[in-house]
Design a protein. Sequence first.
Length: 153
Amino acid sequence: MSVAFRREGDDEHMEPKFEIPIPPGPNLVTARGLALIAEQLAVAEAALEGVSDEAEVKKLRRTLRYWSTRQATAELVETSDDGVVAFGSTVRLRLNGKERVITVVGDDESDPAAGLIAFSAPLARAVMGAEAGDFADFGGKADAIEVLAVQAR
């Protein structure tokens, strides 16, 4: 029989399970972000207790490793109220004629629908270092963003 037609087991044909990708760069967090990481870690630890299904245990351990790593590498950044857009700042801006309010946060805390934008996102990078009244290029357009107000979170 040809080796091509031999099947050792079902596991060899399954999708490999990889670690949860960790965003590149520093793990900057706000105080809220640090609390969210601790909460997710506690949830993962609690979920692991009492689980006997091997596949579920592997999945939960992978999640636990992710949140443990995020907690161990977290760098708490205090916000400053100097009027310059920085990590943790809440910014009122006009983008393509529409006003938006965003807060620059860490990767794990980001929720674009709620206005929480990761510091690594293009929009956050475009306004970093700006002050009220400044314009910033975005999306290939010059002066696409007007910074209206900046405040510490």
